[in-house]
Structures are given as structure tokens and as C-alpha cells.
Design a binder for this molecule. Structure first.
Ligand SMILES: *Cc1c(COP(=O)(O)O)cnc(C)c1O
Length: 351
């Protein structure tokens, strides 16, 4: 008889619930809003923190055929799930080893510089994407690079650029769009792509053949146009570890940033800054039990936060409560960006 190990451990006291129906619905919405262009999907940073592999499965089933990641390692992690030729790696090949890997794996690099172009050709070339920098001044070839003979020799699938200010009405958007059009005229790619999530809302002139939403797929709302179109995807629930009654004047948490104005029933939940619930939420976040508001009181600590249970006297130790994490409102409340709120979520959640 093998020795008996401990019984199966229950799941963690905090959960990240990813609504895959909402994810698929958001892709369909963004695909529709992309007009005659098709929507792809940015799944970098582990699918904006929510799980790239599960996201790619859901998005692939919904009809998405183009996936964008930043790092080569992110592409490698998806190879058994999708056609390698549907993956584009935005950082491009920084070394010949990366270029060789791309060529062997059949994953397309986005080429960002003449050095990367040369690197790609030196390993045999083949279908590639081109990133043209039209004004964000981050990654990408300059327009003046495009007349280089090395470019003319490429087999270009997607010619893309990236907008710096798509989430606002900014004259730079039209400038970038015009430069991208000019670049596409020179490059003659099979497909042209400019818009991220926010760019989709800027209209048909920004759509090209393929859009590259990320944030809005995962429930982010970068522009007002998306307000009634995009559904929340990520929900956070955490367990109440302990309940206590405190007297007026008692402090809660490190440095007693909260003091009870009157006797209070409070709870301690298993969610802290190590989980991505940053100290920005101290004395500011909101949790709920069946809709009743349970404000975060005191400083968020590494593994725990305090909540005021006044509005939900029925809450007991071991109960689950939900964090208000609708992204636009959460960003407003915390001062973090919607992107940060997603990608910061830690490793301890049961998913
Ligand atoms: C991250 C990224 C996207 C997606 O942007 P969102 O604002 O999340 O929609 C699209 N294109 C490029 C090049 C990116 O780096």
C-alpha cells in the first residue's frame, strides 16, 4: 500500500473568475465595430493577466485568426493551440537565435528595424510583418527606412503601426493614420493594420484589413463609444478570513490610516498587494456581498485587506465577497490604468 498523502487541498481563498462568454462576445463586438476589417487579438502579457491559453482557445472558437504577443516565449506557449502562422511577435527578432526559432516554428516576426530585417533575411526570411513607427516613437521602422532595398525583398503579410493617442480625440491620430497609409502604399502588404481597441472607435479610415484589440476584449473601455458595447470579463472574489468588532477610536491595518468613528464590525479578506490589489486601494476600494457595499478600510497589506461590514451584518468568516473591479470605474477610483488593473493580478488566485 502506498503511504496516504494529505487529502486534496481546497482551492485558494481568492478567485479570479474569467467570463469566457463575455470574452467571446467582446471579440464579436469588436469584429463588428471593425467594419470590413477583421478583428485579431492582442494576447500578450498572458492575455492581459487573465490567461493567454484559455483566451486563445475562446477567441479561436469565436473566429479570431490573428494573435499578437510581445515576446517569443509567449508565442512558444501557444504553439500547440493555434496555427503558428496566426501568431505575430511584436518585439521582433532581437538576436539571430530568435530569428532562427521563428523561422523553424513558423511564427511571424514583426520587424521593427533594418537590423531586424537583415536578421530575418539572414535566416532565410519568409512571411513577416512590419511595424512602422508613425509617431509613438517606441518600436518600428521609420518612414524614411522604407525605401531601403532590403525592405523591397521582404514577403510582408501585415504592415502595421500603433497609435499613441487613440484613447483621446487628438490631432496626432489623423497624422499617424496618414503616415500609416503612406507606408502601406510603399510596402504593399497583404494586410494593413493600425487600430488597437481604442483605434477601432476612430472609424473606418483607421481599420485597414485587420484590427488588433487587446484591452477591450478583456472588458476595458478605453473610449466612451464602447460604454454599452463591452462586457466585464474579469471578476475577483475573496474569502472573509476573520470578523471582529472594534470600538470607536480603534485603528485598522498598518499605520492605522483608518480609525473607527464609532463601534464597527469589520472583516479581513484574503486579498493584498501581493495579489495585485495594490496599496492604491487602501481606504478606497469597494467589495460587495450580494450587492451590499463593503468599503476597504485601512491600508492594504501583502496578503490581506480590511473591510467595513456595516452594510452586511450577515457576513460570516468563510463567506466569499466580490471586489468591485469593473475596469473603467476601478481605474477612476484607484488611479491605476485599466491595463494595469488586469496585468497586475498575481499568481495566487484560483482561476
Ligand atoms: C498591446 C498592443 C495592442 C493592443 O492594444 P490595446 O490598447 O490593449 O487594445 C495592439 N497593437 C500593438 C502593437 C500593441 O502593442
Amino acid at each position: 500500500m502506498p503511504p496516504e498523502g494529505p487529502p486534496k487541498l481546497p482551492a485558494a481563498p481568492l478567485r479570479l473568475i474569467v467570463d469566457h462568454d463575455a470574452l467571446a462576445a467582446n471579440w464579436h463586438t469588436l469584429d463588428r465595430l471593425s467594419g470590413t476589417a477583421r478583428a485579431g487579438a492582442a494576447v500578450k502579457a498572458n492575455g492581459y493577466g487573465l490567461g493567454a491559453r484559455a483566451a486563445v482557445r475562446t477567441l479561436g472558437n469565436a473566429g479570431c485568426r490573428d494573435f499578437f504577443v510581445a515576446h517569443w516565449q509567449e508565442a512558444e506557449a501557444l504553439l500547440d493551440l493555434v496555427d503558428p502562422a496566426s501568431i505575430s511577435v511584436l518585439h521582433g527578432p532581437a538576436t539571430s537565435d530568435e530569428a532562427r526559432w521563428a523561422k523553424a516554428a513558423g511564427v511571424r516576426p514583426a520587424l521593427n528595424s533594418l537590423d531586424q530585417v537583415a536578421r530575418w533575411q539572414s535566416v532565410g526570411g519568409g512571411p513577416c510583418d512590419i511595424m512602422v513607427d508613425t509617431g509613438i516613437n517606441r518600436l518600428g521602422l521609420a518612414l524614411s527606412d522604407l525605401s531601403d532595398p532590403a525592405i523591397a525583398a521582404l514577403d510582408i503579410d501585415i504592415a502595421m503601426s500603433h497609435l499613441a493617442c487613440a484613447d483621446e480625440d487628438n490631432p496626432r491620430n489623423a497624422v499617424q493614420m496618414a503616415r500609416w497609409r503612406e507606408a502601406c502604399g510603399v510596402l504593399q502588404p497583404r494586410r494593413a493594420s493600425l487600430a488597437n481597441s481604442a483605434g477601432i472607435a476612430l472609424g473606418a479610415a483607421y481599420h485597414g484589413d485587420l484590427t488588433r484589440p487587446g484591452l477591450a476584449l478583456y472588458g476595458g473601455i478605453p473610449r466612451a463609444e464602447f460604454e454599452n458595447e463591452i462586457a466585464q470579463v474579469a471578476r475577483i472574489e475573496t474569502m472573509v478570513l476573520q470578523v471582529r468588532e472594534i470600538a470607536a477610536g480603534e485603528g485598522v491595518g498598518y499605520n492605522a490610516t483608518f480609525t473607527a468613528p464609532h463601534p464597527l464590525r469589520i472583516g479581513t479578506v484574503a486579498l493584498g498587494y501581493a495579489d495585485g490589489f495594490l496599496r492604491a486601494w487602501s481606504d478606497c476600494g469597494m467589495l460587495r456581498s450580494n450587492g451590499s457595499p463593503l468599503p476597504v478600510i485601512g491600508r492594504v497589506s501583502m496578503d490581506m485587506s480590511g473591510i467595513d461590514l456595516s452594510a452586511a451584518p450577515e457576513v460570516r468568516e468563510g463567506d466569499w465577497v466580490e471586489v468591485d473591479y469593473a475596469l473603467p470605474a476601478a481605474a477612476q477610483a484607484s488611479g491605476l490604468s485599466q491595463y494595469e488593473l488586469l496585468t497586475i493580478l498575481g499568481q495566487r488566485f484560483s482561476r
